[in-house]
Ligand binder design. Structure first.
Ligand SMILES: [Zn+2]
Length: 267
């Protein structure tokens, strides 16, 4: 009898999940195609260097991760239309940092908002003093939201050599926050004994930035979490150059993200 109760409950839960998913599809007017469209594949090949460098089998896994992300997380344009390309860039930004962790996902994230331009702390995207390209929400419902300027998100992938990618930057903040703290120490993905050397490395690298001896941008010296996110942008966009200029940081990030990227990505 118990097994029937279990099956019945499982069936009910499945039905509820199905209804929630389809209610969302109806609301957003977007449904994730069951088969990965060839047009999406060639877009990723052209725009996302990380994807282009994967083996054929890994590409299939990346595509399935993208589909899974798009089924779970709603992407909403605020005052700007959303195209499949934007959805693919958001999903790629999310998948890249966690590609080596097949069963891991951004549990707390429910929605990504795309704004038509840079925005201010007050979420204004039309007035003066707008300089924010991306932001991980915090407090209340904002804990489940990430916001991007749509043009900044696109530029992050269009420019493949400037060591910057706001999409990857914000998702690395979520990666960092997985242990409950946005503090530049992705503890869930680190051995305990690696924490102290990592803090020393952040301190010495920050000193180099402040004395003008580093090609990491000044913003990385703001605090530890910005240091991690900026270093990760560089790591994922120009892994070979990053390894050459910052061998110790390269080793640290390779271990956090479980990937020796310079070996296969040409940059
Ligand atoms: Zn940041």
């Amino acid at each position: 009898m118990k097994i029937f109760t279990f099956l019945f409950v499982a069936f009910l839960l499945g039905l509820i999940a199905w209804f929630i998913y389809h209610a969302r599809v109806k609301k957003s007017g977007f449904e994730v195609p069951p088969a990965f469209p060839e047009r999406w594949r060639s877009f990723l090949q052209r725009e996302v260097n990380f994807y282009a460098a994967l083996s054929a089998a890994e590409k299939l896994r990346f595509e399935s991760d993208v589909q899974h992300f798009l089924k779970r997380v709603r992407i909403t344009g605020i005052g700007t239309p959303i195209e499949d390309e934007d959805r693919l860039l958001v999903a790629s930004s999310a998948v890249i940092p966690i590609f080596a962790f097949p069963n891991w996902e951004y549990q707390s994230l429910l929605e990504v908002l795309l704004y038509p331009d840079l925005f201010s702390q007050e979420f204004d995207f039309t007035g003066h003093d707008r300089s924010i390209a991306g932001m991980v929400g915090s407090g209340g419902v904002m804990n489940h939201v990430v916001i991007f300027s749509k043009p900044a998100l696109r530029l992050g992938f269009d420019n493949k050599s400037d060591k910057h990618n706001v999409g990857i930057h914000e998702f690395v903040h979520l990666f960092d926050k997985q242990d409950g703290n946005l503090d530049g120490i992705p503890a869930v993905f680190m051995q305990n004994q690696a924490v102290l050397p990592w803090l020393h490395l952040i301190r010495s690298s920050t000193e180099e930035i402040l004395s003008g001896k580093s090609d990491l941008i000044l913003y990385a010296s703001t605090n530890r979490q910005e240091f991690l996110a900026i270093a990760a942008e560089y790591f994922f966009e120009r892994p070979s150059l990053f390894q050459k200029n910052h061998p110790e940081l390269y080793e640290a990030l390779s271990s956090f993200f479980k990937t020796d990227l310079a070996k296969r990505m040409k940059d």
